[in-house]
Design a binder for this molecule. Structure first.
Ligand code: OGA
Ligand code: CA
Ligand code: FE2
Length: 491
């Protein structure tokens, strides 16, 4: 076997041997001999150039074709009558191309100050308080008069208890599911180590009953029922079986629950901000739109303003304003547009804008226990000695505390970005709470901006709402206290 047969392709590119080569004529035209210019590397360079050129042309053609296709699509959305341009798409189930991208304000670094124009002709300073969560503070966002008006309107409307003493419904749910002690044990055992740590039981009872049991309360219950025989704060399955389902309820009934033992101890009301509302309320909404740089429709279709009043001794333990979203999670505000009933629902509050309506004489800070922590570790939030979620005891251990000052607004993102200009995953660092008010009263207001992480569902919802122009925007929003539980997504 000779070398030529073994490697015919790389053998030679000389004109005499590659008679069928398309490159031969140029070489002939140049009437060059077997020189360096006509060598194999020259051939390769020319071929590479040629291919790059062709690929560029093809890419350009694709680009032109694709962008004109998008224009067509958006034209057909603007004018539904011309929908025949895409006959394969049934008009009853519109697919919305992502044409809206949500602006996310950049934090740059903690302490960074940016000047923003929220009211024409005026400038406010916005300071970055943390990057995880992305959190800002704007002093003087509301004038003293505006604060006064909001508090007076809330009082006029009347405030109700933010959390009722008894939470119904859970018992029936548990009975309906008919879970065995093993199954319940397994559900509660978050780290799946076959034992129930104190924080595993605490997290559960706080979410389920809205009652803030402390580790000491729990040890008392264990002792009363002789459940934790070895006294190591851990429950095995056998020990857990000794705790009857209503052991907690009976304990609480015996002892009585004080308001200070609830997850949240405050009163609140809702103020609508749509057409016809007090000018101050409409102005605040417009200012929030400018602050967040989000499409006005999204702000218009969000929950009304929530005004909260804490008496001396009031608090709100650490919580998330909105829960995590799984593929099967629905948003309260877009339920109209959801075509299936889903097992999970959350309020999808993308942004929280919190306004301080008065300066509090003692306590009442807003605490962010894990802001800008290097890592987020749910388990270490509740250690046996320190419970970082407890804002009555451990606010001083929070990474960040904001002192309530009349007129100041703070705002943060409860969700990350999905990287494509829309809402992504829940930001676990957005955990926060209201520290106990030690002197005087505390007034705050919350403006939540609700956005469905499912773009299609948000778009469908907006389309549905826009088909009822005779209805006021706020008129379509259900009473928030019927929509969602009185407490937010608590841990
Ligand atoms: C809330 C809240 C914090 C505060 O109302 O959801 O977190 O400082 N308030 O009152
Ligand atoms: Ca465990
Ligand atoms: Fe909150």
């Amino acid at each position: 076997m000779n070398a030529q047969q073994d490697a015919p392709d790389v053998e030679d590119s000389s004109p005499s041997q590659s008679a069928t080569s398309p490159l031969r004529p140029p070489c002939e035209r140049l009437s060059c001999h077997k020189s360096s210019v006509c060598s194999r590397s020259y051939f390769v360079v020319v071929m590479v150039f040629f291919h790059v050129y062709i690929i560029n042309v093809i890419a350009l053609l694709f680009y032109v074709h694709y962008s004109s296709g998008q224009e067509d699509a958006s034209r057909s959305r603007d004018a539904p009558a011309t929908n025949h341009q895409c006959p394969e798409r049934p008009p009853s189930k519109p697919e919305f191309l992502r044409e809206v991208s949500l602006t996310r304000i950049e934090g740059i670094r903690v302490g960074h100050v940016q000047r923003v124009s929220l009211i024409p002709g005026t400038v406010h300073e916005m300071r970055t308080l943390s990057l995880k969560p992305l959190l800002f503070e704007i002093p003087g966002f509301l004038s003293a008069d505006e604060c006064r008006v909001v508090m007076q309107l809330a009082q006029l409307k009347g405030l109700m208890e933010s959390q009722l003493m008894v939470q119904d419904g859970q018992e029936e749910l548990a009975k309906e599911l008919n879970l065995s002690p093993e199954e319940i044990f397994n559900l509660l055992d978050i780290n799946q180590d076959g034992q129930l740590q104190l924080h595993e039981i605490l997290t559960h009872s706080r979410v389920r009953d809205g009652i803030w049991l402390t580790p000491e309360n729990l040890r008392e219950i264990y002792a009363g029922l002789k459940a934790d025989k070895d006294g190591n704060d851990l429950l095995s399955l056998e020990e857990f079986k000794l705790l009857s389902n209503d052991a907690f309820q009976r304990f609480l009934l015996q002892r009585g629950v004080k308001r200070s033992q609830l997850v949240r101890n405050s009163r609140h009301t809702w103020l609508y901000q749509g057409k016809g509302a007090h000018q101050v309320l409409q102005d605040i909404k417009a200012r929030v739109t400018r602050l967040t740089r989000l499409p006005p429709t999204l702000v218009d279709l969000s929950e009304p303003l929530q005004v909260v009043r804490y008496e001396e001794g009031g608090h709100y333990h650490a919580h998330h304003d909105s829960g995590p979203v799984y593929p099967e999670t629905a948003c309260t505000h877009t339920r109209l547009a959801a075509n299936t009933s889903t097992p999970f629902e959350t309020s999808c509050r993308y942004i929280t804008v919190l306004f301080y309506l008065n300066s509090v004489e003692g306590g009442g800070e807003t605490a962010f226990p894990v802001a800008d922590n290097r890592t987020y570790d749910e388990v270490s939030l509740i250690q046996n000695d320190v419970d970082l979620l407890d804002t009555r005891r451990n606010c001083d251990r929070s990474n960040l505390r904001v002192k309530p000052t009349k007129g100041t607004a703070v705002f943060w993102y409860n969700y990350l970005s999905d990287g494509r200009g829309w809402v992504g995953e829940q930001d676990e660092y957005a955990l926060h709470g209201g520290c106990v008010v030690t002197l005087g009263t505390k007034w705050v207001a919350n403006k939540w901006i609700n956005i469905d992480p499912d773009y299609q569902r948000q778009a469908r919802y907006q389309q549905l709402v826009s088909q009822h122009p005779e209805e006021d925007d706020d008129g379509l929003t259900l009473n928030p206290d019927i929509q969602s539980p009185t407490i937010h997504q608590d841990l």
